[in-house]
Ligand binder design. Sequence first.
Ligand code: COA
Length: 165
Amino acid sequence: MARPAVTVRPLVKDDLDAVMSIEEAAFVQPGTRPLFDEELAQPTRRYLVAELDGSIVAYGGLMLVGEDAHLLTVAVADSFRRSGLASHLLTELVALAQAGGARHLTLEVRESNAAARALYGKFGFESAGKRKGYYTTEDAVVMWAIDIDSAHYQDVLAIIRREAS
Ligand SMILES: CC(C)(COP(=O)(O)OP(=O)(O)OC[C@H]1O[C@@H](n2cnc3c(N)ncnc32)[C@H](O)[C@@H]1OP(=O)(O)O)[C@@H](O)C(=O)NCCC(=O)NCCS
C-alpha cells in the first residue's frame, strides 16, 4: 500500500502532548498523562512512536516480564488508520520483545474491539480466555502469541513487514 515513509523511534517525554491527543480520541477510558509519565520511567517498558512527515500518528508499548512480554497498548490517529501503521509498529515492538528475551506475547483487548482483535490475529495471537469486567462494563479477551522466538514466527513477521511497508 502506498503511503509516505514512516519513521519508528522510542517515545520520549516531549512526545506526550501528541500521544495524549491520540490516546484521548482512541479510547473510551484513556490513560492519563501521569500514567504515561510513570510508564516511561519503568525500565521494563518499551514504547515507540510512528512519525509521518514529522508528526506523531501512532504509538504502542510493551512490558517485558522474563520470557513473556505484555503488549500494553497500540493506537493510530483516526485519519491514518487502515494503512498498515499499527502493523508496522507492532513488528518493531515484537522485535524489541524478542531482543529483550521474550518467547511469548500476551495482551488484553475489549471483546467488542473487532479491529484490534483482527490486527492481533494477523500477528499470531489467539484467544485464551476472558477477564470478566476488566474494562468495568465489558470483558477483556486474553490473547497469546507463543514461540515468537521460532523460525515460523520470523516468517510470519517477514510477511507482515513486506505487506506493511
Ligand atoms: C486497532 C488499530 C490500532 C489498528 O490500526 P491500523 O493502523 O488501522 O491497523 P493496520 O492498518 O495495520 O491493519 C492491520 C490489520 O488489522 C485489522 N484491522 C485494522 N482495522 C480494522 C477494522 N476497522 N476492521 C477490521 N479489521 C481491521 C485488519 O486485519 C488489518 O489487515 P488488512 O488491512 O490487511 O485487512 C486502530 O484501529 C486504533 O488505533 N484503534 C483505537 C485504539 C485501539 O483500539 N487499540 C487497541 C487496543 S487493545
